[in-house]
Design a protein around this ligand. Structure first.
Ligand SMILES: Cc1cc2nc3c(=O)[nH]c(=O)nc-3n(C[C@H](O)[C@H](O)[C@H](O)COP(=O)(O)OP(=O)(O)OC[C@H]3O[C@@H](n4cnc5c(N)ncnc54)[C@H](O)[C@@H]3O)c2cc1C
Ligand SMILES: *[C@@H]1O[C@H](CO)[C@@H](O)[C@H](O)[C@H]1NC(C)=O
Ligand SMILES: *[C@@H]1O[C@H](CO)[C@@H](O)[C@H](O)[C@H]1NC(C)=O
Length: 532
C-alpha cells in the first residue's frame, strides 16, 4: 500500500510534503507533533494516514471524531474539538505520543471504545488545545486456552473479545459488559459488570496482568508497575494513571447450553408487586442465574387510557431450561416463567441476545464492533441496599410517566460480588448491595430539549434519594456523572470520590500522587494527585 514506506528518510519526505501543503494553527501543532514522533520512534510509519484534523479534511475528521462516540450530546457544534485525532498503529507510537504531548504541552484525551457517558474520551472542556489519541487500531486479541487466558489490546471491543474466545472454545467465556461495542481499554479500568457477575465477579476481578504506558512514555507490565498501580487500574476508571495498552484476562468456564428469557409485566399485570418481590430475591438466586429488569413507559396516552410502565425481566442462566424452571419455581414463582419463554443456545448467542442483536445474527456480527445504541442522553446510577417499598415504586412510576423516553435498568448483585472485599479493587460496591440502578433519559432533538431532560433527571434522582444507598450515596464510575463534582470546580473531590470508591479513594489519590505526580493523565473527574 502507498504508505508502506520503510525508511526514516521516506518518513521525512512525507512529513515535508505535509508541511508544504498545510495551513497554520492546528496544523502547525500537528506538524510539531509529527516531527517529535519521528524523532522518538525508529520505525517508519504511515504518519499522514494516522492523523485526522479539520484542516486536512474536515469531513474525514468529523467522521473519525463521531465514529465511536456514544453520547451524541457531546458532538454538538458548541463542544470543544481536538486539534487532531491520532490513531496509532503500534505501541511505540503511543509511547511517542505521550512523550510528545508532554513536550509540546498538549493536553491528551484517550479513547478506546468511545462509550464514556460524559464524552471525556473526546471532549475536554476549558483545556485548549487538546488532542485525542484513539486506540481503535490497536485491537489484537490472543486467546491461549492452555493458560486459560487471553491478551486483548485496548481498542478491541468486548464483543470481539467474546467472539475470539468462543472461536477457540464453546465452553470458555469472560464476565464483562453486556453491550458488545464497549472498548475493552476504557471498560475494564472502571470495573466492568455483565451477566456473569454473580458467578465470577467483574471483568476487573478477572484481570491477570496489564501493559500500561506511564507519563514518561514507558511500557510497564504488572511486575514493573507494582501491585499498587495494578490495584488502581482495576476500578479507578479510565484516564487517570496511564494508557492501558492491553489486558491479560482470565477465561471462565461456561456450559455448552445457556438459557435466556424475557418476561414482561405491565402495571396492569401486577408489575409493581412482582418487582417488589424481585428486589427481595434477585441477589439471593442461584449464582448461575442473572435477571435484570428493564423499566420504561409503554403504550400511548389516549382518550381512554394512559401510558403504563413496562418491566421486562431479562434472564441469562448458565444451564439448561429444565434446571432453570426448577430454580425459578423454588425462588421466584411470582414471575410466572414458563418453559415456552425459555430459549436454549450457546453462550455466545446468549451474549448477543442480551446485547440486543436479532436471533438470526451470526456471531461474526460481533466483529463489526458496531454500536446498537447512539443517542443524546444523560445517565446516573444508584446502589440499593433495602427493597424499595411499593409506595416508593408508585412514586417512581409517576416520575417516569412524565418524561418522554426514560429508561431504568436494575442489575442484581449477590453471589461472587458479595464475597470479594470492598478494598480488593477500587470498586467498592460489594456485600450488602441488592442491586444497582442505571437511570437514563434519551432524546433525539439535540440541544433543543436537553435542559428539560437534564432537569427531569435531577428531579427524579433527588426523589429517589430516600430509597437508595446513603452516606455516601454511591455511584458507578463507569457511568460517569459530572453532576457529582468535577476537578478544579467548587466541588470537593473527597465527596464524589467517596461515591465512586468509598474508602478506596484516598488510596487511589496516594498512588496517583506517586505514579503521575505532574498529573499528565487527567480529565474532569480523574483521580487527583492530592486532596484538601
Ligand atoms: C451503551 C452502553 C452500554 C454499556 N454497558 C455497560 C455494561 O454492560 N457494563 C459496564 O460495566 N459498563 C457498561 N457501560 C459503561 C462502560 O463500561 C464505560 O462507558 C467504559 O468507560 C467504556 O469504555 P470505552 O473504552 O468504550 O470508552 P472511552 O470513552 O473510550 O473511555 C472511557 C474512559 O476511559 C479512558 N480511556 C479510554 N481508553 C483508555 C485506555 N486505553 N487507557 C486508559 N484510559 C482509557 C477515557 O479517556 C475515558 O475517560 C456501557 C456504556 C454504554 C454507552
Ligand atoms: C475527505 O474525506 C472524505 C470522507 O472520507 C472523502 O470522501 C473525500 O474524498 C476527502 N477529501 C479530500 C480532499 O481528500
Ligand atoms: C389517566 O391519568 C389521569 C391523570 O393522572 C387520570 O385522571 C385518569 O383517570 C387516567 N385514566 C385512566 C383510564 O386510567
Amino acid at each position: 500500500m502507498a504508505f508502506a514506506i520503510s525508511t526514516r528518510n521516506a518518513v521525512a519526505i512525507l512529513v515535508t510534503l505535509l508541511l508544504v501543503s498545510a495551513r497554520p494553527s492546528s496544523s502547525t501543532l500537528q506538524q510539531d507533533f509529527i516531527h517529535c514522533l519521528v524523532d522518538n520512534t525508529d520505525m517508519a510509519f504511515p504518519i499522514r494516514a494516522s492523523f485526522f484534523s479539520p484542516d486536512q479534511n474536515a469531513t474525514l475528521f468529523k467522521e473519525e471524531l463521531e465514529s465511536t462516540a456514544q453520547n451524541l450530546r457531546y458532538l454538538t457544534q458548541s463542544n470543544p474539538k481536538p486539534v487532531f485525532i491520532f490513531e496509532p498503529l503500534y505501541e511505540t507510537h503511543v509511547q511517542a505520543a505521550v512523550v510528545c504531548a508532554k513536550k509540546l504541552q498538549l493536553h491528551m484525551r484517550l479513547r478506546s471504545g468511545g462509550h464514556d457517558y460524559e464524552g471525556l474520551s473526546f471532549v475536554a472542556e476549558n483545556v485548549t488545545p487538546f488532542v485525542v489519541v484513539d486506540l481503535s487500531k490497536l485491537r489484537q486479541i490472543d486467546v491461549d486456552l492452555d493458560s486459560n487466558s487471553a491478551w486483548a489490546h485496548a481498542g478491541a471491543t468486548v464483543g470481539e473479545v467474546y467472539y475470539r474466545i468462543q472461536e477457540k472454545s464453546q465452553t470458555h467465556g469472560f464476565p464483562a459488559g453486556l453491550c458488545s461495542s464497549l472498548g475493552i481499554g476504557g471498560h475494564l479500568v472502571g470495573g466492568a459488570y455483565g451477566s456473569m457477575m454473580r458467578k465470577f465477579g467483574l471483568g476487573a476481578d478477572n484481570v491477570l496482568d496489564a501493559r500500561i504506558i506511564d507519563a514518561n512514555g514507558k511500557i510497564l507490565d504488572r511486575a514493573a508497575m507494582g501491585e499498587d498501580v495494578f490495584w488502581a487500574i482495576r476500578g479507578a476508571g479510565g484516564g487517570s494513571f496511564g494508557v492501558i495498552l492491553a489486558w491479560k484476562i482470565k477465561l471462565v468456564p461456561v456450559p455448552a447450553t445457556v438459557t435466556v428469557f424475557t418476561v414482561t409485566k405491565t402495571l396492569e399485570q401486577d408489575g409493581t408487586n412482582v418487582l417488589y418481590k424481585w428486589q427481595q430475591v434477585a441477589d439471593k438466586l442461584d449464582e448461575d442465574l442473572f435477571i435484570r429488569v428493564i423499566i420504561q413507559p409503554a403504550g400511548k396516552t389516549t382518550k381512554t387510557g394512559n401510558r403504563t410502565i413496562s418491566t421486562s425481566y431479562q434472564g441469562q442462566f448458565l444451564g439448561d431450561s429444565n434446571r432453570l424452571m426448577q430454580v425459578m419455581q423454588k425462588s421466584f414463582p411470582e414471575l410466572g416463567l414458563t418453559k415456552k419463554d425459555c430459549i436454549e443456545m450457546s453462550w455466545i448467542k446468549s451474549v448477543m441476545y442480551i446485547a440486543g442483536f436479532p436471533n438470526s445474527a451470526p456471531p461474526e456480527a460481533l466483529l463489526a464492533g458496531k454500536s446498537l445504541f447512539k443517542n443524546h442522553f444523560k445517565a446516573k446510577s444508584d446502589f440499593v441496599e433495602e427493597p424499595i417499598p411499593v409506595e416508593g415504586l408508585e412514586g417512581l412510576w409517576k416520575k417516569l410517566l412524565k418524561e418522554d423516553s426514560p429508561l431504568t435498568i436494575w442489575n442484581p448483585y449477590g453471589g461472587m460480588m458479595s464475597r470479594i472485599s470492598e478494598s480488593e479493587t477500587p470498586f467498592p460496591h460489594r456485600k450488602g448491595t441488592l442491586f444497582k440502578i442505571q437511570w437514563l433519559s434519551t432524546w433525539s432533538d439535540g440541544k433543543a430539549s436537553e435542559a428539560r431532560h437534564i432537569e427531569w433527571m435531577r428531579d427524579m434522582y433527588s426523589y429517589m434519594e430516600q430509597y437508595v444507598s446513603k452516606k455516601p450515596r454511591r455511584a458507578y464510575v463507569n457511568y460517569r456523572d459530572l453532576d457529582l463534582g468535577v476537578n478544579e470546580g467548587e466541588s470537593d473531590a473527597r465527596e464524589w470520590g467517596a461515591k465512586y470508591f468509598k474508602g478506596n479513594f484516598e488510596r487511589l489519590v496516594k498512588i496517583k500522587g506517586e505514579f503521575d505526580p505532574e498529573n499528565f493523565f487527567r480529565h474532569e473527574q480523574s483521580i487527583p494527585t492530592k486532596i484538601g
